[in-house]
Ligand binder design. Structure first.
Ligand code: HEC
Length: 218
């Protein structure tokens, strides 16, 4: 009796070779993606900012610049736009000073556990407003409710005042408790919030502008 030709789908060596190729390809893809992600999330430098080079995560000295949030038709969501220089707490911060202030802000946000109530870059809770783009919240603008309530004349001073005495300025049904934040820590936190708002988060949180409108209406 003549032997039947064996189908390739039933050949063990075919499946062995396929498994080796798929594993090899996936490994190379993952290594490539790791390097691609690393380069995208690496913090930019002060020189990048001065040259107008856009980085997903700008250098700490981004606090010396005006930050806008504009709809990008191409990408289908809003993106941070770094504009002209503007004083932050009345001065321009050197790269060293800006890095130290941002560091203090990060440490304070961890020590006071802002994430227990708020969300930062996708991590945290939704008891209180998402803080990822809080710096850009219209409530803190020249004609905003928070600016008027705190009686301050700049966004950063109004925010720092609120952070030190939140229960003096209740704006929502829920109130933020006093967390014993010092003036220096408040400055750091505001720098942290401003820097975070300049990070390109692919439009997250979604519908930031619309959400703020509905919150302000309460
Ligand atoms: C126990 C819960 C709680 C913790 C912890 C907390 N907050 Fe809040 N926060 C709130 C609530 C509730 C509101 C909304 C009330 C309001 O606006 O008056 C709020 C509002 C805010 C706002 C205004 C939001 C906006 O969009 O303008 C900022 C900014 C803010 N918090 C920053 C912080 C920072 C920074 C920390 C950590 C140092 C922190 N919060 C810790 C509950 C909390």
């Amino acid at each position: 009796m003549a032997e039947q030709p064996k189908s390739v789908w039933r050949s063990i060596s075919f499946w062995r070779r396929s498994a080796a190729w798929v594993t090899g390809f996936a490994t190379i893809l993952l290594i490539w993606l790791t390097f691609d992600t690393m380069s995208q999330i690496t913090m930019g430098t002060d020189a990048d900012l001065q040259k107008g080079v856009t980085k997903r995560v700008p250098a700490p000295t981004v606090i010396n610049y005006h930050i806008d949030y504009k709809m990008s038709k191409k990408r289908g969501h809003e993106v941070p736009v770094i504009g002209k220089k503007e004083p932050f707490f009345g001065k321009e911060w050197s790269p060293k000073e800006a890095a130290a202030l941002l560091h203090l802000g990060k440490l304070t946000s961890q020590a006071k556990n802002c994430m227990n109530c708020h969300t930062l870059l996708g991590n945290g809770a939704y008891y209180a407003p998402d803080l990822t783009k809080a710096w850009l919240d219209p409530a803190w603008s020249k004609n905003g409710s928070m600016m008027a309530m705190t009686g301050k004349s700049t966004r950063e001073e109004a925010m720092a005042e609120f952070l030190q005495h939140p229960s003096k300025y209740p704006t929502h049904a829920r109130m933020m408790p006093n967390l014993g934040i010092t003036a220096e820590e408040a400055k750091g936190l505001v720098a942290f919030l401003k820097h975070m708002s300049s990070i390109d988060t692919n439009g997250f949180p979604r519908n930031f502008a619309k959400e703020e409108e509905s919150t302000n209406a309460h």
